[in-house]
Ligand binder design. Structure first.
Ligand code: PXP
Length: 254
């Protein structure tokens, strides 16, 4: 298929993690979002967790009021988060599984097994004009369940691929799963995104998959920012994505 333009969503959760380690206001995730925009981000992603361990309700309010980029709110399928999303109406909402004891989002959503629970969340967010994505493993059953639920977008979990590629233990097999899932998702009419665990060493093979429209990347960019600054880390990531999917390739491939 013709390659789609590839957007970069920068996840700023861990700017808030550092701020919260001491309390107070520094470093400010809104300032990070503005820097990310300057460096070529197409969107900002933030996960408001039940325990508010990084992003807070006030951060979401400020991001919506103070940044120019579309906000992608990552949220668990709970009544509390649905109420917040409907009140703020971000551009997009990505429904993720959330367990209190996990360090980060550990696996994809079981869209197939939790269909009855998820249906009203997807329906109400879609009705409110919010672009809904479901964060799922690269698995045909999950993609078909996302489609049946009426979600227009899926985000493929790249965590396993990144772990295996970094350990040099079979990243190719995981990449093939991602490629197949991206094709299957696109054939179902879903917009396909990907993210989790991506860094400079792992981004290009995923960015090269022509069906993928957006990557969401956070932890690596914020970590690298300690050494080079956030604008530089975002610019480098953007450059690697563009090397894998040259700008203008969408037009050229039509
Ligand atoms: N996409 C989703 C759905 C996520 O939950 C996360 C982590 O919050 C990311 C992307 C970004 O992952 P990372 O911080 O590892 O780049």
């Amino acid at each position: 298929m013709a390659a789609r333009p590839l957007r970069l969503g920068v996840n700023i959760d861990h700017v808030a993690t550092v701020r919260n380690a001491r309390g107070g206001r520094h470093p400010d995730p809104v300032r990070a979002a503005i820097k990310a925009e300057r460096a070529g981000a197409d969107g900002i992603t933030a996960h408001l967790r039940e325990d508010r361990r990084h992003i807070t309700d006030r951060d979401i309010e400020r991001l919506l009021a103070e940044i120019g980029l579309p906000l992608n709110l990552e949220m668990a399928a709970t009544d509390e988060m649905l109420g917040i999303a409907l009140r703020h109406r971000p551009h997009a909402a990505c429904i993720v599984p959330e367990r209190r004891e996990e360090r980060t989002t550990e696996g994809g959503l079981d869209a197939a097994g939790a269909r009855r629970h998820l249906e009203p969340f997807v329906g109400r967010l879609v009705d409110a004009g919010i672009r809904v994505s479901l964060f799922v493993e690269p698995d045909a059953v999950q993609l078909e369940a996302a489609k049946a639920l009426g979600a227009p977008v899926v985000e493929l979990h790249t965590g396993r691929y990144c772990e295996m590629a970094e350990e040099a233990t079979g990243g190719e097999g995981e990449l093939a799963r991602l490629a197949q899932a991206a094709r299957h998702g696109a054939a179902l009419g879903l917009e396909v995104h990907a993210g989790h665990g991506l860094g400079y060493a792992t981004v290009k093979p995923v960015a090269a998959l022509p069906e993928i429209a957006e990557l969401n990347i956070g932890h690596f960019l914020v970590g690298e920012a300690i050494f080079v600054g956030l604008e530089a880390s975002v610019r480098r990531m953007r450059a690697l994505m563009d090397e894998a999917r040259p700008l203008g390739s969408a037009e050229a491939a039509k």
